[in-house]
Ligand binder design. Sequence first.
Ligand code: GDP
Length: 455
Amino acid sequence: MPTPLSPVPSVALIGRTNVGKSTLFNRLTESHSALVSEVAGTTRDRKEGDCLWRGRIIRIVDTGGLDADPNDDIERNVIKQAEIAIKMADIIYFVVDLNTGMLPQERDLAKKLVASKKPILVVGNKAENMGAITSVHEQQWRFPGLSVPIPVSAVRGTGVGDLLDETYDLLQKLGRPPAEISVVQAVRIAVIGKPNVGKSSLLNAILHEERFIASPIAHTTREPIDVRVNVGDRSYVFVDTAGIRKKSKVKDAGGLEEAGVERTRKILRKTDVALFVVDATEPIGAQERVLAGLLKEAHVGVIVVANKWDLVPNKTPSMINDFEKHIAASLPFISWAPILFSSALTGQRVERVFDLVDTIQEHRFTRIPDDELEAFQLAAVRAHKPSKGKGPKPPKILGIEQVDIAPPSFQVVIKAKRLDVLHPSYLRFLEHRLRGRFNLSGTSIRLGVRGIVSA
Ligand code: GDP
């Protein structure tokens, strides 16, 4: 019986001992270690972990050296595990050490790998100097059925982005695209909005069942509970579904009682993507502005659900446009959030929520390769010179670094002692441009400044 394909494509690291497979494994899986716990089935001789690249997951399987002694009982198992890994893998990384050249036992290994008929990328590790990097074109690395090594340094992390880009494209070509994050981890969704906009009705429509009471009277939603929903091979958890409540006569804090604000903050700490429900028949008001502030502060992904769309008469494209402008202008904190015009009552476009959530979750986990970020920075500075904040002259921008994901977080590195020499408006310019250049809709971005004195 054929083994069922895992929804997550995998890459097996194969190579002799000491080429740096474990270091490479750690490097590849580091960004993801916070996201998912160890994958089950990991054995001493076969270690599995997930690699997050361009917002998607590739499983990495590390094996013991395939040059183990077949006459030794323990080492025989190492070989067996490596063979299993090769068989299950979508791609093989044949890891070699650029400084030692190809050793005789590696030629045997290479023959075995080519015979497996699996797609192979030769990874030339320890490429820490020019000599090692250029050596990939030497005759010694030419091997029938293999392409030249891709130079990387597992210790420093250089070249790993290019390797992953190539892997990503190859997996896509093989029809085994890297998996969406929601395949390995449930996306946590919160439904928020002021009373009566249709939160319960929307949840009902999404879940296709009357688990929550939809009622014209506010305050009738039942106790908060988390609800898990499976759609295909993905899981979603709707967190704490009671929503925000309004104290009827209190008008301060934008009409939201303090407890509501605190409760929302608490919910958003557990949330990946929030469905921010507004009533399409009413203008955006003070309560929505307070909520938008909370969403921004929590750095969650956001979809604005313009509900009760069925009640809007004579819908025209220009009206939709006006409404979008109205929302963007009224809620500048989250002007990057996509708007879903839907009706919980008729079910119109409600099913689109899951696709949108997946897309946004992917954007939240975007990691932009260093070279693309560098090209972006150079073009941005060419288009618009850094504007001066405090101090005698505008600072020189040395680079932009991505320092985190979920949400994508960047630091603008400037040559200066103090950070306020860069005008805050320049950060807004950069954010706007980042969003235009890279697909980041639905996710907030953190953009900070780091100053260094000499460079
Ligand atoms: P919540 O307080 O935000 O949870 O709002 P509810 O789900 O209780 O809905 C408030 C009222 O709006 C109820 O009378 C719903 O039937 C109604 N409602 C909710 N969604 C829609 C919609 O898409 N279209 C229309 N016409 N009515 C809706």
